[in-house]
Design a protein around this ligand. Structure first.
Ligand code: HEM
Length: 400
């Protein structure tokens, strides 16, 4: 545990940062410029960008990275970036490099002394350099924003973003003479944590979804059929459609289960001595929660636990099942703070993408590899696909 920011702090500091972060994210769940609407706007740009590629071979992860990063930017910083913005492009590029080098660095997460070996055998230095680039951009933007947001009069309810809301909370507490951990250092660290935790996870889940579908027969056809029947092609899917699309819901859940995006959660530390069955874990012990073992356990999911089978999340009537062993966002008080937001993103991204495109492997008989790069997150190897517009005449970018 570190001593600042929402993801790596503990004790009262963490409690206040987590509560503030949850309140802000909930606030985005409501109102006219709600989270879902912001995500829909970004996904609209995403599908239009894919359409511009005119069915050519593309690196889909590049586009998901850019769009998912932009969702976080619009929530946290209150602005999105054009796909051509050089500062933004370089940040997204760094995120991609971090993911590519993650596998080597996984060992260092669990055996930190390895980072002192000469050279860069585990790619940790490359990752650090790329993270430094991501952090520089965030800090630069926050510094540009802080003079504006410091003036509580100028930050109105109608233009909310994480930073302005946090600053307002901070100043209210200071004015009332309340003790608070909401300082600028914790703001910067929390924004970096949200950016780090909220981009690779969602982007990789979308990429895994496409990969699993390319390796399965009929799943894409069923997703298309459900979308055509329940939404049609005249409008973009919205959150109101979610209940009518159980098959897509099952595809998303099965993707999250099988891909096990954060296989070992984040490191935890026991705050007091604890006994589990015959084991006593002393206070201050680092604990690695093995979510992967639950998500892939044949005793829970059956003999085919390692196979992509959305049907395991559907009952006999085709309704979506909630299963308590499905815990890709972890459990307990440190459960992912972005769970609700991630679920909206996954639904809007996948529904809009499959509504408009048929996604094809470059070699039908040889779909891209399912080998994961396991670091903190499980990221697919870079792959190329073709996104063919399904209803080119009905669904032009203007009328989506
Ligand atoms: C599919 C997407 C996602 C998955 C699978 C995921 C999964 C996780 C997991 C397993 C943890 C560790 C929980 C623990 O320590 O027990 C976590 C923590 C966290 N996640 Fe996510 N996450 C996702 C998306 C997001 C998004 C979109 C955001 C930001 C809005 C986010 C922000 C965070 C933060 C800040 C923490 C630390 C929470 C704390 O320590 O209190 N995550 N996430």
């Amino acid at each position: 545990m570190g001593d600042s920011g929402v993801a790596f702090s503990s004790g009262p500091l963490w409690k206040e940062l987590r509560m503030t972060t949850l309140q802000i994210l909930r606030k985005f769940g409501r109102g006219s410029s709600s989270l879902a609407e912001k995500i829909q706007e970004e996904v609209n740009c995403f599908v239009n960008k894919l359409a511009e590629q005119k069915g050519e071979v593309i690196d889909l992860q590049h586009y998901t990275h850019v769009s998912v990063s932009n969702v976080i930017c619009s929530i946290i910083l209150g602005k999105r970036f054009s796909y051509e913005d050089s500062r933004f492009k370089s940040t997204v590029e760094s995120l991609t490099r971090i993911a590519e080098n993650a596998r080597g660095a996984a060992a260092i997460n669990f055996l930190p002394f390895l980072k002192y070996l000469p050279g860069d055998m585990f790619q940790a230095k490359k990752i650090q350099r790329n993270w430094a680039n991501v952090k520089d951009m965030i800090v630069e933007i926050i510094s540009e924003m802080i003079p504006d947001t410091a003036d509580t009069q100028s930050t109105t309810e109608s233009a909310p973003n994480y930073i302005s809301f946090y600053r307002r909370r901070q100043q209210e507490k200071v004015k009332k003479g309340k003790r608070t951990y909401l300082d600028d250092e914790n703001l910067k660290k929390s924004v970096i944590d949200l950016f780090g935790a909220g981009t690779e996870t969602v982007s990789s889940t979308i990429a895994w979804c496409v990969l699993f579908i390319l390796h399965s027969t009929d799943v894409q056809k069923k997703v298309h059929a459900e979308l055509d029947r329940e939404v049609g092609q005249e409008r973009q899917p919205t959150m109101e459609d979610q209940a009518r699309l159980p098959y897509l819901g099952a595809v998303i859940k099965e993707t999250q289960r099988l891909a096990s995006i954060v296989p070992f959660s984040l490191l935890h530390k026991t705050s007091e001595e604890i006994a589990i069955h015959d084991f006593v874990i002393p206070k201050g012990t680092t604990v690695i929660p093995n979510l992967d073992s639950v998500l892939h356990d044949p005793k829970i999911w059956g003999y085919d636990a390692d196979r992509f089978n959305p049907g395991r999340f559907l009952d006999k009537d085709g309704s979506l099942l909630q299963r308590e062993e499905f815990l890709p966002f972890s459990i307990g008080p440190r459960l992912c703070v972005g769970e609700a937001m991630a679920k909206v993103e996954l639904f809007i991204f996948t529904s809009s993408m499959f509504q408009r495109f048929e996604i094809l492997a470059t070699e039908t008989l040889n779909p891209p590899s399912l080998k994961p790069n396991i670091g903190i997150t499980s990221v697919p190897e870079s792959f190329r696909v073709l996104c063919r517009e399904r209803f080119k005449d009905n669904l032009s970018p203007q009328n989506v």
